[in-house]
Design a protein around this ligand. Structure first.
Ligand SMILES: CC(C)(COP(=O)(O)OP(=O)(O)OC[C@H]1O[C@@H](n2cnc3c(N)ncnc32)[C@H](O[C@H]2O[C@H](COP(=O)(O)OP(=O)(O)OP(=O)(O)O)[C@@H](O)[C@H]2O)[C@@H]1O)[C@@H](O)C(=O)NCCC(=O)NCCS
Ligand SMILES: Nc1ncnc2[nH]cnc12
Length: 290
């Protein structure tokens, strides 16, 4: 008789890591995304493809579980927790680069989802805004061991154009997610857009407002302006579920490819939106809004 394998319920930290990885896989699979890797192909990237995005996402499970577990042990926002998360984040980046043979697939996602996984553990049962606020408090603490890299793409364009990047997005409580991605996801669902279209609309809402340092790095201010205006045009035409919106979305995709631009920061924040959506109870829709 075959031996019975005892089934153990996953811990809270393991469940959070499951959700974080699933959010990354769902983001990668979502199609058609302008300029980004999706089920159709590699978008504006020559060194990325869908299989690599999936492998990268799976490689991050131990890092997310360890970050959530560190938050469980510490139990509150503290300098010690911030420093532990910094080390775990750097270890996660190293593992990602090992699995992708040196290609940066998810640096921004490790930062955003790592902080949110830890915060979700600290704020169990809280709203998305409550979790994001706790992640922001962690992000605002300085990590003295963090290597300051003034040459990262983000650091360079933030200096050059005087904009805020991934660090500030977290320190301010992920406004792109809380004020744009999540409300649009819920509004498009309520309007009957269908799940994939609602997720595309959430991505577009993020793109319409974000200073995405990936786009700035590859395509400058003109690229950023065209990304934001193009995303807004899709939503104003009726979103991804409408024929007119789809037409605008095709134009935006062509434009991003012509500019060699890819909104990798917005993609990470869509993953953060999907993570919080699965996790946090949403406030009921205002009366008369459905
Ligand atoms: C604080 C850090 C986030 C470092 O930030 P910094 O800006 O210095 O560094 P970057 O290396 O540029 O990484 C930032 C990544 O964040 C994403 N992003 C961009 N804009 C925003 C935004 N406005 N808000 C939020 N997030 C944003 C983006 O990630 C995605 O793009 C990646 C690909 O980027 P890149 O390599 O530039 O791409 P290519 O164009 O393809 O390169 P080439 O082909 O042209 O060469 C991809 O990974 C996506 O994820 C930015 O890249 C933080 O990382 C940090 O300090 N970490 C240390 C560890 C730590 O403390 N962790 C804490 C606990 S988790
Ligand atoms: N789908 C995607 N394509 C390119 N870069 C990304 N960074 C995060 N998700 C991405």
């Amino acid at each position: 008789m075959s031996a019975l394998i005892a089934r153990q319920a996953p811990s809270a930290a393991e469940r959070l890591a499951d959700l974080a990885v699933q959010a990354l896989v769902d983001e990668a699979d979502l199609s058609p995304k302008p300029g980004l890797v999706d089920r159709r192909g590699s978008g504006a990237h020559s060194d990325l493809h869908l299989g690599l995005m999936h492998a990268s996402a799976q490689s991050l499970w131990p890092a997310f579980a360890a970050m959530a577990d560190a938050a469980r042990s510490e139990g509150r926002v503290s300098q010690a927790l911030r420093e532990t998360l910094g080390q775990l984040g750097r270890d996660g980046e190293a593992e990602m680069l090992r699995v992708t043979a040196g290609v940066n697939t998810h640096r921004g996602a490790i930062w955003a989802l790592g902080l949110l996984s830890a915060a979700a553990m600290l704020e169990s049962g809280a709203s998305a805004g409550g979790i994001a606020a706790s992640a922001a408090a962690l992000a605002r603490l300085d990590d003295p061991a963090a290597p300051h890299n003034p040459d990262s793409h983000g650091a360079r364009v933030c200096r050059r154009y005087g904009v805020l990047g991934a660090r500030e997005q977290a320190q301010h409580g992920f406004p792109a997610v809380i004020e744009h991605g999540l409300p649009q996801l819920l509004a498009s669902r309520r309007a009957g857009a269908g799940e994939q279209n609602a997720r595309l609309d959430a991505l577009l809402a993020i793109m319409s407002s974000l200073t995405d340092t990936c786009v700035l790095h590859r395509a400058g201010l003109e690229g950023l302006t065209r990304m934001q205006a193009g995303a807004r045009a899709v939503l104003e035409a009726g979103g991804a579920a409408s024929l007119a919106g789809r037409r605008q979305l095709r134009l935006l995709d062509r434009d991003m490819l012509a500019l060699n631009a890819s909104p990798g920061g917005a993609a990470d924040l869509l993953a953060a939106t999907l993570f919080l959506d699965r996790l946090a109870p949403h406030a009921p829709a205002p009366t008369g809004s459905n």
